[in-house]
Design a protein around this ligand. Structure first.
Ligand code: PMP
Length: 397
Protein backbone atom coordinates (compact mmCIF):
# COMPACT_ATOMS: atom_id res chain seq x y z
CA UNK A 1 0.00 0.00 0.00
CA UNK A 2 2.56 2.57 1.08
CA UNK A 3 5.62 1.60 -0.98
CA UNK A 4 5.15 4.39 -3.48
CA UNK A 5 4.07 7.05 -1.01
CA UNK A 6 5.77 10.29 -2.08
CA UNK A 7 8.08 11.84 0.54
CA UNK A 8 6.36 14.27 2.91
CA UNK A 9 6.92 17.98 2.40
CA UNK A 10 8.92 19.33 5.33
CA UNK A 11 7.39 22.20 7.31
CA UNK A 12 9.70 25.22 7.32
CA UNK A 13 8.98 26.04 10.98
CA UNK A 14 8.71 22.59 12.53
CA UNK A 15 11.92 21.53 10.74
CA UNK A 16 13.80 24.44 12.38
CA UNK A 17 12.40 23.34 15.76
CA UNK A 18 13.66 19.81 15.16
CA UNK A 19 17.14 20.94 14.05
CA UNK A 20 17.30 23.12 17.19
CA UNK A 21 16.35 20.17 19.40
CA UNK A 22 19.09 18.03 17.86
CA UNK A 23 21.79 20.70 18.30
CA UNK A 24 23.94 19.84 21.30
CA UNK A 25 25.73 23.22 21.59
CA UNK A 26 24.81 24.67 25.00
CA UNK A 27 24.65 28.28 23.78
CA UNK A 28 22.11 27.56 21.01
CA UNK A 29 19.41 30.18 20.52
CA UNK A 30 15.94 29.42 19.07
CA UNK A 31 14.24 32.27 17.23
CA UNK A 32 12.10 29.84 15.25
CA UNK A 33 8.75 28.54 16.43
CA UNK A 34 6.16 31.19 17.41
CA UNK A 35 5.90 30.61 21.13
CA UNK A 36 6.08 33.33 23.81
CA UNK A 37 8.82 32.91 26.39
CA UNK A 38 9.36 34.98 29.51
CA UNK A 39 12.65 36.69 30.38
CA UNK A 40 13.96 33.38 31.73
CA UNK A 41 13.13 31.48 28.55
CA UNK A 42 10.02 29.64 29.85
CA UNK A 43 6.54 29.40 28.32
CA UNK A 44 4.55 29.36 31.56
CA UNK A 45 0.90 28.44 32.04
CA UNK A 46 -0.85 31.78 32.66
CA UNK A 47 -2.05 32.25 36.24
CA UNK A 48 -5.60 32.96 35.07
CA UNK A 49 -5.53 29.66 33.15
CA UNK A 50 -4.22 27.80 36.21
CA UNK A 51 -7.01 29.21 38.38
CA UNK A 52 -9.70 28.43 35.79
CA UNK A 53 -8.26 24.94 35.53
CA UNK A 54 -8.40 24.49 39.33
CA UNK A 55 -12.06 25.54 39.35
CA UNK A 56 -12.84 23.31 36.40
CA UNK A 57 -11.29 20.26 38.07
CA UNK A 58 -13.31 20.91 41.20
CA UNK A 59 -16.61 21.57 39.44
CA UNK A 60 -16.83 19.68 36.15
CA UNK A 61 -19.43 16.96 36.53
CA UNK A 62 -19.35 15.28 33.12
CA UNK A 63 -17.11 14.53 30.18
CA UNK A 64 -20.03 13.87 27.87
CA UNK A 65 -19.92 15.28 24.32
CA UNK A 66 -20.58 19.00 23.93
CA UNK A 67 -21.72 19.45 20.31
CA UNK A 68 -20.60 20.17 16.75
CA UNK A 69 -20.18 23.91 17.39
CA UNK A 70 -18.09 23.19 20.48
CA UNK A 71 -18.54 25.21 23.65
CA UNK A 72 -21.33 27.80 23.11
CA UNK A 73 -20.16 30.01 26.02
CA UNK A 74 -16.70 30.12 24.44
CA UNK A 75 -18.20 31.05 21.07
CA UNK A 76 -20.18 33.95 22.57
CA UNK A 77 -17.13 35.14 24.50
CA UNK A 78 -14.91 35.10 21.40
CA UNK A 79 -17.55 36.98 19.39
CA UNK A 80 -17.32 39.74 22.02
CA UNK A 81 -13.52 39.81 21.97
CA UNK A 82 -13.47 40.05 18.21
CA UNK A 83 -16.46 42.21 17.37
CA UNK A 84 -16.83 44.22 20.59
CA UNK A 85 -19.39 44.26 23.39
CA UNK A 86 -21.96 46.22 21.42
CA UNK A 87 -21.81 44.20 18.20
CA UNK A 88 -24.95 42.79 16.66
CA UNK A 89 -23.95 39.16 16.14
CA UNK A 90 -27.24 37.98 14.61
CA UNK A 91 -25.68 37.79 11.16
CA UNK A 92 -22.72 35.73 12.39
CA UNK A 93 -22.22 32.00 12.86
CA UNK A 94 -19.43 30.94 15.26
CA UNK A 95 -17.87 27.53 15.70
CA UNK A 96 -15.23 26.52 18.18
CA UNK A 97 -12.49 24.76 16.19
CA UNK A 98 -9.30 22.78 16.94
CA UNK A 99 -7.10 25.90 16.94
CA UNK A 100 -7.20 28.57 14.27
CA UNK A 101 -5.61 25.89 12.07
CA UNK A 102 -8.79 23.81 12.26
CA UNK A 103 -10.79 26.98 11.58
CA UNK A 104 -8.77 27.77 8.46
CA UNK A 105 -9.51 24.36 7.01
CA UNK A 106 -13.19 24.45 7.99
CA UNK A 107 -13.70 27.81 6.28
CA UNK A 108 -11.70 26.70 3.24
CA UNK A 109 -14.06 23.71 2.97
CA UNK A 110 -17.03 26.08 3.32
CA UNK A 111 -15.75 28.20 0.42
CA UNK A 112 -15.46 25.08 -1.75
CA UNK A 113 -18.98 23.95 -0.74
CA UNK A 114 -20.39 27.38 -1.60
CA UNK A 115 -19.79 26.67 -5.27
CA UNK A 116 -20.82 23.02 -5.47
CA UNK A 117 -23.71 22.47 -7.85
CA UNK A 118 -23.20 25.89 -9.46
CA UNK A 119 -21.28 26.82 -12.60
CA UNK A 120 -19.42 29.60 -10.80
CA UNK A 121 -15.64 29.13 -10.44
CA UNK A 122 -14.10 28.31 -7.07
CA UNK A 123 -13.16 31.51 -5.26
CA UNK A 124 -9.50 32.50 -5.44
CA UNK A 125 -7.87 33.05 -2.07
CA UNK A 126 -5.41 35.96 -2.03
CA UNK A 127 -2.59 35.57 0.46
CA UNK A 128 0.02 38.15 1.45
CA UNK A 129 3.57 37.84 0.16
CA UNK A 130 4.96 36.63 2.51
CA UNK A 131 2.39 35.00 4.78
CA UNK A 132 1.98 32.45 7.56
CA UNK A 133 3.56 29.28 6.19
CA UNK A 134 0.41 27.21 6.52
CA UNK A 135 -2.05 29.55 4.77
CA UNK A 136 -1.38 28.43 1.21
CA UNK A 137 -1.04 24.68 2.02
CA UNK A 138 -4.37 24.61 3.91
CA UNK A 139 -6.24 26.50 1.19
CA UNK A 140 -4.74 24.32 -1.55
CA UNK A 141 -5.43 21.11 0.37
CA UNK A 142 -9.11 22.08 0.39
CA UNK A 143 -8.91 22.53 -3.39
CA UNK A 144 -8.93 26.32 -3.57
CA UNK A 145 -6.76 28.26 -6.01
CA UNK A 146 -4.26 30.53 -4.24
CA UNK A 147 -2.85 33.86 -5.44
CA UNK A 148 -0.42 36.21 -3.71
CA UNK A 149 -0.68 39.95 -3.21
CA UNK A 150 2.33 42.22 -2.62
CA UNK A 151 2.77 43.08 1.04
CA UNK A 152 6.26 43.36 2.52
CA UNK A 153 9.14 45.40 1.19
CA UNK A 154 11.89 43.24 2.69
CA UNK A 155 14.72 45.75 2.38
CA UNK A 156 12.93 48.51 4.32
CA UNK A 157 10.74 46.28 6.53
CA UNK A 158 7.64 48.26 5.52
CA UNK A 159 4.33 47.73 3.70
CA UNK A 160 4.31 47.93 -0.11
CA UNK A 161 1.26 50.12 0.29
CA UNK A 162 0.45 51.16 -3.25
CA UNK A 163 1.29 47.77 -4.77
CA UNK A 164 -0.97 46.17 -2.13
CA UNK A 165 -3.89 48.47 -2.90
CA UNK A 166 -3.36 48.06 -6.67
CA UNK A 167 -3.78 44.29 -6.22
CA UNK A 168 -6.87 44.73 -4.02
CA UNK A 169 -8.39 47.08 -6.62
CA UNK A 170 -8.56 44.12 -9.03
CA UNK A 171 -10.61 41.89 -6.69
CA UNK A 172 -14.28 41.10 -7.19
CA UNK A 173 -17.01 38.73 -6.07
CA UNK A 174 -15.03 35.57 -6.84
CA UNK A 175 -12.11 36.65 -4.67
CA UNK A 176 -11.33 36.11 -1.00
CA UNK A 177 -8.77 38.44 0.60
CA UNK A 178 -6.97 36.71 3.47
CA UNK A 179 -5.64 39.33 5.89
CA UNK A 180 -3.87 39.18 9.25
CA UNK A 181 -6.01 41.03 11.81
CA UNK A 182 -2.88 42.26 13.63
CA UNK A 183 0.73 41.25 14.26
CA UNK A 184 1.35 40.01 10.72
CA UNK A 185 3.11 36.67 10.64
CA UNK A 186 5.94 36.59 9.54
CA UNK A 187 6.73 40.27 8.98
CA UNK A 188 5.29 42.19 11.96
CA UNK A 189 4.13 44.83 9.43
CA UNK A 190 0.50 45.78 10.08
CA UNK A 191 -2.00 47.87 8.17
CA UNK A 192 -2.53 51.38 9.58
CA UNK A 193 -5.99 52.62 10.60
CA UNK A 194 -6.24 54.60 7.33
CA UNK A 195 -5.42 51.42 5.35
CA UNK A 196 -8.26 49.50 7.03
CA UNK A 197 -10.63 52.39 6.23
CA UNK A 198 -9.52 52.36 2.61
CA UNK A 199 -9.99 48.58 2.48
CA UNK A 200 -13.46 48.84 4.01
CA UNK A 201 -14.53 51.27 1.27
CA UNK A 202 -13.15 48.89 -1.37
CA UNK A 203 -14.96 45.87 0.10
CA UNK A 204 -18.24 47.77 0.09
CA UNK A 205 -17.76 48.78 -3.54
CA UNK A 206 -16.15 45.67 -5.06
CA UNK A 207 -17.83 42.87 -3.08
CA UNK A 208 -14.84 40.63 -2.47
CA UNK A 209 -14.89 38.57 0.74
CA UNK A 210 -12.53 39.55 3.57
CA UNK A 211 -11.08 36.60 5.50
CA UNK A 212 -9.31 37.74 8.65
CA UNK A 213 -6.90 35.55 10.60
CA UNK A 214 -6.64 36.90 14.16
CA UNK A 215 -4.01 34.80 15.93
CA UNK A 216 -2.32 37.42 18.12
CA UNK A 217 -5.03 39.67 19.55
CA UNK A 218 -3.50 41.59 22.46
CA UNK A 219 0.11 41.27 21.28
CA UNK A 220 0.04 44.38 19.07
CA UNK A 221 -1.41 47.56 20.59
CA UNK A 222 -3.98 45.97 22.96
CA UNK A 223 -7.11 43.81 22.79
CA UNK A 224 -9.43 46.53 21.46
CA UNK A 225 -6.91 48.27 19.18
CA UNK A 226 -5.91 44.96 17.59
CA UNK A 227 -9.50 44.31 16.51
CA UNK A 228 -10.28 47.85 15.32
CA UNK A 229 -9.31 47.27 11.68
CA UNK A 230 -11.27 44.08 11.18
CA UNK A 231 -14.33 45.67 12.82
CA UNK A 232 -14.31 48.31 10.06
CA UNK A 233 -14.35 45.51 7.51
CA UNK A 234 -17.11 43.68 9.38
CA UNK A 235 -19.28 46.82 9.20
CA UNK A 236 -18.58 47.30 5.51
CA UNK A 237 -19.07 43.71 4.31
CA UNK A 238 -22.23 41.74 3.80
CA UNK A 239 -20.18 38.55 4.14
CA UNK A 240 -16.93 37.92 5.93
CA UNK A 241 -14.82 35.04 7.27
CA UNK A 242 -12.65 35.02 10.38
CA UNK A 243 -10.49 32.58 12.31
CA UNK A 244 -9.35 33.12 15.88
CA UNK A 245 -6.58 31.56 17.94
CA UNK A 246 -6.25 31.39 21.73
CA UNK A 247 -2.84 29.73 21.41
CA UNK A 248 -0.86 32.92 22.07
CA UNK A 249 -3.09 35.32 24.01
CA UNK A 250 -4.24 32.64 26.46
CA UNK A 251 -1.05 30.57 26.14
CA UNK A 252 -3.17 27.50 25.30
CA UNK A 253 -1.07 26.27 22.38
CA UNK A 254 -1.38 22.50 22.91
CA UNK A 255 -5.02 22.65 23.98
CA UNK A 256 -5.94 23.52 20.36
CA UNK A 257 -8.38 26.31 21.16
CA UNK A 258 -9.69 28.49 18.35
CA UNK A 259 -12.77 29.55 16.45
CA UNK A 260 -14.16 30.07 12.96
CA UNK A 261 -16.69 32.86 12.42
CA UNK A 262 -18.77 33.63 9.35
CA UNK A 263 -20.80 36.75 8.68
CA UNK A 264 -23.46 35.23 6.52
CA UNK A 265 -26.26 37.79 6.47
CA UNK A 266 -29.42 36.95 8.42
CA UNK A 267 -30.99 35.11 5.43
CA UNK A 268 -28.11 32.66 5.13
CA UNK A 269 -27.21 32.08 8.77
CA UNK A 270 -29.10 28.78 9.09
CA UNK A 271 -27.70 27.38 5.84
CA UNK A 272 -24.14 28.33 6.78
CA UNK A 273 -24.50 26.85 10.26
CA UNK A 274 -25.88 23.60 8.82
CA UNK A 275 -23.06 23.34 6.29
CA UNK A 276 -20.39 24.06 8.94
CA UNK A 277 -21.88 21.31 11.12
CA UNK A 278 -21.78 18.89 8.20
CA UNK A 279 -18.16 19.80 7.37
CA UNK A 280 -17.05 19.47 11.00
CA UNK A 281 -18.89 16.15 11.35
CA UNK A 282 -17.09 14.56 8.45
CA UNK A 283 -13.62 15.56 9.66
CA UNK A 284 -12.90 16.10 13.40
CA UNK A 285 -16.60 16.13 14.47
CA UNK A 286 -16.09 18.10 17.70
CA UNK A 287 -13.24 20.25 18.98
CA UNK A 288 -11.53 19.49 22.32
CA UNK A 289 -13.35 21.22 25.17
CA UNK A 290 -10.71 21.82 27.82
CA UNK A 291 -9.09 25.02 26.48
CA UNK A 292 -12.41 26.51 25.38
CA UNK A 293 -13.96 25.91 28.80
CA UNK A 294 -10.99 27.67 30.42
CA UNK A 295 -11.36 30.70 28.12
CA UNK A 296 -15.10 30.83 28.82
CA UNK A 297 -14.49 30.69 32.58
CA UNK A 298 -11.82 33.41 32.44
CA UNK A 299 -13.98 35.76 30.38
CA UNK A 300 -17.09 35.15 32.51
CA UNK A 301 -15.28 36.12 35.72
CA UNK A 302 -14.27 39.75 36.22
CA UNK A 303 -11.43 38.74 38.56
CA UNK A 304 -9.99 36.17 36.16
CA UNK A 305 -10.42 38.55 33.21
CA UNK A 306 -8.46 41.23 35.10
CA UNK A 307 -5.70 38.76 35.96
CA UNK A 308 -5.49 37.48 32.38
CA UNK A 309 -5.46 41.02 31.00
CA UNK A 310 -2.60 41.95 33.32
CA UNK A 311 -0.58 38.92 32.24
CA UNK A 312 -1.26 39.53 28.54
CA UNK A 313 -0.25 43.19 28.92
CA UNK A 314 3.02 42.11 30.55
CA UNK A 315 3.70 39.76 27.61
CA UNK A 316 2.98 42.51 25.08
CA UNK A 317 5.22 44.98 26.90
CA UNK A 318 8.04 42.45 27.16
CA UNK A 319 8.01 41.90 23.40
CA UNK A 320 7.92 45.66 22.77
CA UNK A 321 10.88 46.18 25.11
CA UNK A 322 12.78 43.36 23.41
CA UNK A 323 12.25 45.16 20.09
CA UNK A 324 13.78 48.35 21.47
CA UNK A 325 16.71 46.54 23.10
CA UNK A 326 17.54 44.55 19.96
CA UNK A 327 17.33 47.67 17.77
CA UNK A 328 19.74 49.46 20.14
CA UNK A 329 22.11 46.49 20.32
CA UNK A 330 22.15 46.23 16.51
CA UNK A 331 22.78 49.99 16.22
CA UNK A 332 25.76 49.57 18.56
CA UNK A 333 27.12 47.05 16.03
CA UNK A 334 26.54 49.46 13.14
CA UNK A 335 23.34 47.81 11.84
CA UNK A 336 20.38 50.16 11.36
CA UNK A 337 17.17 48.21 12.02
CA UNK A 338 14.78 50.90 13.32
CA UNK A 339 11.94 49.18 11.46
CA UNK A 340 11.94 46.55 14.25
CA UNK A 341 10.30 49.13 16.52
CA UNK A 342 7.54 49.91 14.02
CA UNK A 343 6.55 46.24 13.76
CA UNK A 344 3.89 44.63 15.95
CA UNK A 345 3.58 41.27 17.62
CA UNK A 346 5.98 38.41 18.07
CA UNK A 347 7.68 38.40 14.66
CA UNK A 348 9.80 40.46 12.34
CA UNK A 349 11.59 39.58 9.13
CA UNK A 350 15.26 40.41 8.85
CA UNK A 351 16.81 40.77 5.41
CA UNK A 352 18.68 37.43 5.65
CA UNK A 353 19.26 35.14 2.66
CA UNK A 354 19.70 31.36 2.82
CA UNK A 355 23.48 31.71 3.16
CA UNK A 356 23.19 34.11 6.11
CA UNK A 357 20.64 31.86 7.83
CA UNK A 358 22.92 28.82 7.40
CA UNK A 359 25.91 30.80 8.70
CA UNK A 360 23.94 31.92 11.77
CA UNK A 361 23.03 28.30 12.48
CA UNK A 362 26.45 26.79 11.79
CA UNK A 363 28.68 29.43 13.38
CA UNK A 364 26.55 31.00 16.11
CA UNK A 365 23.95 28.25 16.82
CA UNK A 366 21.21 30.84 16.14
CA UNK A 367 18.07 29.34 14.56
CA UNK A 368 15.98 31.56 12.25
CA UNK A 369 13.10 30.44 9.98
CA UNK A 370 13.80 30.34 6.21
CA UNK A 371 13.05 33.77 4.78
CA UNK A 372 14.47 35.56 7.84
CA UNK A 373 11.61 35.44 10.35
CA UNK A 374 12.69 35.89 13.96
CA UNK A 375 10.48 35.37 17.01
CA UNK A 376 11.23 38.29 19.33
CA UNK A 377 8.93 36.79 21.94
CA UNK A 378 11.32 33.84 22.21
CA UNK A 379 14.38 35.92 23.00
CA UNK A 380 16.08 35.78 26.39
CA UNK A 381 16.79 39.42 27.40
CA UNK A 382 20.25 38.50 28.70
CA UNK A 383 21.25 37.26 25.24
CA UNK A 384 20.25 40.25 23.11
CA UNK A 385 23.81 41.64 22.79
CA UNK A 386 25.14 38.22 21.82
CA UNK A 387 22.43 37.90 19.15
CA UNK A 388 23.16 41.41 17.82
CA UNK A 389 26.83 40.45 17.41
CA UNK A 390 25.94 37.28 15.49
CA UNK A 391 23.44 39.19 13.30
CA UNK A 392 25.91 42.00 12.59
CA UNK A 393 28.29 39.37 11.20
CA UNK A 394 25.81 38.32 8.52
CA UNK A 395 23.79 41.50 7.91
CA UNK A 396 25.06 44.20 5.64
CA UNK A 397 26.62 46.98 7.68
N1 PMP B 1 -2.75 31.81 11.90
C1 PMP B 1 -1.59 32.42 12.13
C2 PMP B 1 -1.31 33.74 11.49
C3 PMP B 1 -0.65 31.84 12.98
O1 PMP B 1 0.51 32.45 13.20
C4 PMP B 1 -0.93 30.58 13.56
C5 PMP B 1 0.08 29.90 14.42
N2 PMP B 1 0.03 30.35 15.70
C6 PMP B 1 -2.19 30.00 13.31
C7 PMP B 1 -3.05 30.63 12.47
C8 PMP B 1 -2.56 28.66 13.92
O2 PMP B 1 -2.83 28.80 15.26
P1 PMP B 1 -3.45 27.63 16.17
O3 PMP B 1 -2.37 27.23 17.12
O4 PMP B 1 -4.59 28.26 16.88
O5 PMP B 1 -3.89 26.53 15.27
Amino acid sequence: MFQSLPPAASDPILSVAEAFRNDTRPHKLDLGIGVYRDAAGNTPVMLAVREAERQLLAQQSSKSYVGLAGNPRFNRAVEKLVLGDAADTAAWVSMQTPGASGGLRLLADLLVSSRSGTDRPLPRVWISDPSYVNHAPVMRAAGLPVEHYPYLDAASGTLRREAFFDAVAGLGQDDVLLLHGCCHNPSGVDLAAADWQRLAAMVAKQGFIPFVDLAYQGFGAGMEADAAGLRLLADASAEMLLVYSCSKNFGLYRERTGAAMVKAGSQAVAAVRGKLFELARRSYTMPPDHGAELVARILESSELTALWDEELTAMRLRVQTTRVLLTQALAAQGVAADYLCTHQGMFSMLPLDGKAIAQLRDEAAVYVVAGGRINLAGLDTARIDELALALADVMQV
